[in-house]
Write a protein that binds this ligand. Sequence first.
Ligand code: AP5
Length: 214
Amino acid sequence: MRLVLLGAPGAGKGTLAKQLSKALGVVHISTGDIFREEVAAGTELGKKAKSYMDRGALVPDEVVIGMVKQRLSRPDVNAGFILDGFPRTVPQAEALDKVLEESNQPLDAVLDIVVPEETVVRRLSGRRVCRQCGAIYHIDNMPTKQEGVCDKCGGEVYQRDDDQPEAIRQRLKVYAEATAPLTDYYRTKGLLRPVDGTGTPEEVLGTALALLKG
Ligand code: AP5
């Protein structure tokens, strides 16, 4: 199965992608996670990306597209994939279409996680992430058993730099301007499946799986 997850920052793309990846046995490709790994490793790509990410701006299309093309050329995507955080602009979506057309691997569906703005702001403000394994928590909805320590791997749990109020506001603005138009792009192609993202993670997973079966 080849899927794209759309949705505002904090809608729950990463949370759902991790669950779907397990349920469907396909790889989860998050451009945000790849950039954060590059930042942690101190690479040139990481340094470049960090300057955009910290202020809630998008990394330039040519940088992201090149990186995703490389990732999609690896053999583990042959069994399917879930793209989380890509595409985020119409030029990125067009570039993805071209790559998938060339490899004869069309998308099966685009899940658009729909959540009201006040909910995403609450989710982002309370989010915590494991530095080591990337597990996602929330101080109220999904707290770790021990404060600051990942339940899964014992790694350090931290707050992302772009989860500060000013960066959150900017990310929501960029989403509305650059990414929201992708819903029309994929609706026209008959691929768009809106998913109510307001329930618990298990409920959202159930809705998504039911949509994919139907
Ligand atoms: P990225 O990491 O992709 O950030 P994002 O799209 O802003 O999405 P988030 O990771 O913030 O949220 P999410 O929807 O995954 O929610 P999550 O599951 O964590 O990108 C970061 C930056 O990298 C961008 O700003 C940009 O600079 C750059 N970048 C990345 N891709 C790019 C691209 N293609 N082009 C250009 N630049 C790019 O959940 C959020 C919180 O809510 C968590 O605390 C979670 O526990 C909680 N939660 C989730 N689901 C539920 C639920 N059902 N009920 C209750 N709580 C829930």
